[in-house]
Design a protein. Structure first.
Length: 239
């Protein structure tokens, strides 16, 4: 039986929902983020606010929250010519992928997460990758996650589970999942408390914009990440 987890936690909507998912399931939960030279480095500050808010608003989860880790993955910024690591406009590439795709990012993140989980005695790695509402990133696919789980378990000689709670749901369903998880947490404000926390404290905007406040949270409102989040929130509210 799995009792501990490491959540890849950027502080965005998806990883915040994944954190809640892990806290609802496991006795000990640690978090991990990466500084890879991303333009939206403001997320590294936002994530600390999310962690503090979760501990404050959800007492039943606070006791389960263990150490938070931040690793330097700056090599990705050095070898990537993408709009997430360079001051360039977001556009589609000839490959059919947007230039927000950072090649190898999730593969490197999972490898480092597995090494940390090994050292910390954590059994499950939770990541917010999704094949339903996504930009076609090949390292977000279910097949990639299954292959990484096998490779990492073999390479570490220890069975690691990669859990992807958002893989087959869209952004509207992700908002609903956050509500449902908050509702079950027996906190003041119930499910709406977690939705409000995601809106107010999480960060998803690729451009790192946190001066414009929308119904769905802070962001430029124009980048693909903002558009996806906004559209999902609108569908969620109408459901």
């Amino acid at each position: 039986m799995h009792t501990s987890a490491l959540v890849l936690f950027s502080g965005g909507q998806d990883s915040t929902t994944c954190l809640a998912h892990a806290l609802a399931r496991y006795e000990r939960v640690e978090t991990l983020a990466f500084d890879y030279g991303q333009r939206h480095k403001v997320e590294l500050d936002a994530r600390l606010n999310v962690l503090a808010a979760v501990q404050s608003r959800f007492p039943a989860w606070a006791d389960k929250m263990g150490e938070d880790h931040l690793l330097d993955a700056g090599i990705l910024g050095q070898i990537s010519e993408t709009s997430l690591t360079r001051d360039t406009a977001i556009a589609m590439e000839s490959s059919g992928l947007p230039n927000t795709f950072v090649p190898g990012r999730n593969l490197l993140f999972l490898t480092l997460a597995a090494a940390l989980a090994y050292r910390r005695g954590l059994q499950v790695i939770v990541t917010g990758v999704c094949e339903t509402d996504f930009s076609g990133y090949p390292d977000c696919r279910d097949d990639t996650m299954k292959a990484m789980q096998v490779a990492l378990s073999l390479g570490m000689d220890r069975k690691l589970l990669i859990e992807t709670p958002l893989m087959w749901i869209d952004k509207a369903q992700t908002w609903q999942l956050a509500y449902d998880l908050g509702q079950r947490a027996d906190a003041s404000g119930g499910g709406q408390a977690l939705v409000d926390l995601v809106v107010e404290h999480s960060h998803t905007c690729y451009l790192g914009e946190r001066t414009q406040r929308h119904a769905w949270g802070y962001g430029c409102g124009q980048c693909p990440a903002c558009q996806l989040r906004a559209a999902g929130f609108e569908r969620y509210q109408k459901a």
